[in-house]
Design a protein around this ligand. Structure first.
Ligand code: RIB
Length: 288
């Protein structure tokens, strides 16, 4: 059982700002930090920290040794990560005092991943494994098709939302994970939610799993005081994928994922804020 994750790897430049900048406004940041991010890398870190064997598929550019060291340090296998000439992707992230953010990404090497790189990384994958994809790389539709042909569960996090990318990957997905805004965008573009399992995350309210094969499952979020919500959705999805890959049922996997995300938002940063399984289990025991 392995979680393969075709995903972005970014260097996050994080600015704490008094408020999110308005058009034309110049703002002085209150603080600046740099850390590991990217929806893909965050999800891989979450899956690995939750206890799943996790193989990341992606690309980085030159002078990014610390990025690789950080991912390895969190337990992610980088067998599927290529070193390319394009620069490593990065993100400019503004975070306001209410823990909300606004993000601009520069994709760089993330968009230079080829279907051949993905095929090579999936060479030993089979029906007991899971593929995670998002919309911050190239080749995700080809990856989803290749994974389904091999019998893998394909978990698709449709973020950042792009209807063409969604239409291309959707036929090969087993579970589509969206936030409320992405779900509305999907409904508007397709007329309805697509006929596969859909998991809609609703931030501090919780999450809902809708399935044609089972009753809808709604779970309320744990109450915490957030300091930074960057990467919370990624923590939820990576942990959920790990839980399913490790054999948990959907309710248990959702509860684990909800707890990991609740802890993650209480700390600053993306990947660096993701808790390990022991911390999540302790948190859940304290909830009773
Ligand atoms: O979801 C949060 C992530 O989005 C950040 O880490 C940033 O890199 C962007 O990819």
């Amino acid at each position: 059982m392995t979680v393969y994750n075709l995903g972005s790897i970014n260097i996050d430049h994080v600015y704490r700002v008094p408020h999110l900048p308005a058009p034309g406004e110049t703002l002085s940041a209150l603080a600046y930090t740099q850390g590991l991010g990217g929806k893909g890398a965050n999800q891989s870190v979450a899956a690995a920290r939750a206890g799943a064997r996790t193989v990341h598929i992606g690309a980085i550019g030159p002078n990014s040794d610390w990025v690789r060291d950080a991912m390895r340090g969190y337990g992610v296998d980088l067998a599927g990560v290529s070193l390319l000439e394009e620069p490593t992707g990065h993100a400019i992230i503004n975070v306001d005092p209410g823990a909300e953010n606004a993000i601009v990404i520069y994709p760089g090497a993330n968009r230079a991943v080829t279907p051949a790189m993905v095929e090579a990384a999936l060479a030993e994958a089979g029906p007991v494994d899971t593929l995670l994809i998002q919309n911050e790389t190239s080749a995700q539709a080809e990856a989803a098709a290749a994974a389904r042909a091999r019998g893998l569960r394909v978990v698709y996090s449709a973020a950042p939302f792009d209807i063409d990318a969604v239409k291309a990957a959707l036929p090969h997905a087993s579970l589509l994970v969206m936030n409320e805004i992405e779900a509305d965008q999907t409904r508007a573009a397709l007329g309805a939610l697509p006929p596969l399992d859909c998991l809609i995350t609703r931030g501090a309210k919780g999450a809902e799993w809708i399935s044609a094969r089972a009753e809808p499952l709604f779970m309320t979020a744990f109450r915490v005081t957030p300091v930074d919500t960057t990467g919370a959705g990624d923590t939820f999805i990576g942990t959920l994928a790990a839980g399913l890959d490790l054999g948990l049922d959907r309710a248990a996997a959702m509860r684990l994922a909800m707890a990991a995300a609740a802890i993650q938002v209480t700390r600053a940063g993306a990947a660096q804020a993701i808790p390990d399984r022991a911390e999540v289990d302790t948190f859940l025991r304290a909830q009773g």
